[in-house]
Write a protein that binds this ligand. Structure first.
Ligand SMILES: NC(=O)c1ccc[n+]([C@@H]2O[C@H](COP(=O)([O-])OP(=O)(O)OC[C@H]3O[C@@H](n4cnc5c(N)ncnc54)[C@H](OP(=O)(O)O)[C@@H]3O)[C@@H](O)[C@H]2O)c1
Length: 278
């Protein structure tokens, strides 16, 4: 039997926080506080409060999770800083560096307090159905036990991986954070092109959606690598080969995708500001 997850303080329970909470509730979670202005309810024995000020000051979470929009986090940091005297913080905020959050929390704590521990993560939206991909970065002062707990929490909503250098989060953001959008775009385009070629809209939508989701499920369930799966549908000189020659031509998909990932990673870097030198 799996051990119950420790009590959590979840600040912000919208799309991402709500997806994570669903996963944790399924795993079994010690009585926790969820802070959110919109959520209707949380099951007993957990507590839903509208403001961090309503969390008892003597609550001792095992982990604090920051899941507000990045631009709204500064308003909660003064109270979070008090709880962070006793617990590490996981941030899912896009574009906030470990250093910026650590410095902001430390400045709000009594002088001489230990350095707050902040672990930065980049999840993605399939977390809502337990199929997420979350990549984490922890500063060297985070303990192995804190990293293990972070892995355990995020595994409740999908796969978890770690990067050793914080700047790798930028390309991760562009691949797995934004990646679902690229796949949805593929489904949209297949549908539109089917309609443009005369298929009834309902049929075009059905075959586009089922092709994208079926291919993803086949890759996941078979465990076979993507290149082999592609070869498996490519008969020599057949229809797939002719289409792939167009997609793989110079300046086509590989170059376009490389440029797209570069643009996304560049934007992630701009949003994060200067990286620490460590
Ligand atoms: N969605 C994604 O695909 C994705 C992927 C990777 C990372 N992220 C990160 O996840 C974070 C959350 O994104 P989201 O899409 O889940 O946002 P969201 O749906 O807007 O959820 C945030 C929730 O926190 C609430 N909140 C904010 N400040 C609060 C406060 N002081 N007291 C109580 N409740 C408060 C918000 O209420 P109000 O609306 O009233 O402020 C909202 O209900 C972001 O930092 C984002 O960068 C999201």
């Amino acid at each position: 039997m799996t051990e119950t997850l420790p009590p959590l303080l979840l600040v912000g329970c919208g799309k991402m926080g709500g997806a994570m909470l669903d996963g944790w509730l399924k795993e079994g979670l010690a009585p926790s506080f969820i802070v959110d202005r919109h959520r209707d309810s949380v099951p007993a024995p957990h507590h839903l409060v509208r403001s961090l000020d309503d969390v008892p000051a003597d609550f001792r979470p095992g982990m604090i999770i920051l899941a507000t929009k990045p631009q709204k986090v500064d308003a909660v940091l003064p109270t979070v800083a008090q709880f962070a005297l006793h617990a590490p913080v996981i941030s899912v905020l896009a574009g906030r560096t470990v250093k910026s959050l650590t410095d902001a929390l430390a400045a709000l704590q009594p002088p001489g307090s230990p350095t707050p521990i902040v672990i930065r993560t980049m999840p993605n939206t399939p977390s809502a159905i337990g199929q997420g991909m979350t990549v984490c970065y922890a500063p060297p002062i985070a303990t192995p036990a804190q990293r293990r707990l972070c892995t355990r929490l995020l595994r409740a909503v999908g796969e978890v991986a770690w990067v050793e250098h914080e700047d790798q989060i930028d390309i991760v953001t562009s691949i797995s954070g934004s990646g679902p959008a690229y796949v949805f775009l593929l489904a949209e385009l297949l549908e539109q092109l089917g309609v443009a070629d005369g298929l009834p809209p309902d049929l075009a939508r059905l075959i586009a959606r089922q092709t994208v989701s079926g291919a993803g499920a086949l890759m996941q369930q078979s465990g076979i690598d993507a290149a082999t799966l592609r070869h498996n549908v490519t008969s020599p000189n057949g229809t797939t080969q002719k289409a792939l020659e167009v997609l793989m031509a110079d300046g086509a998909w590989p170059a376009t995708l490389a440029a797209a990932l570069k643009a996304g990673a560049k934007r992630a870097r701009e949003l994060s500001g200067p990286q620490p030198v460590s």
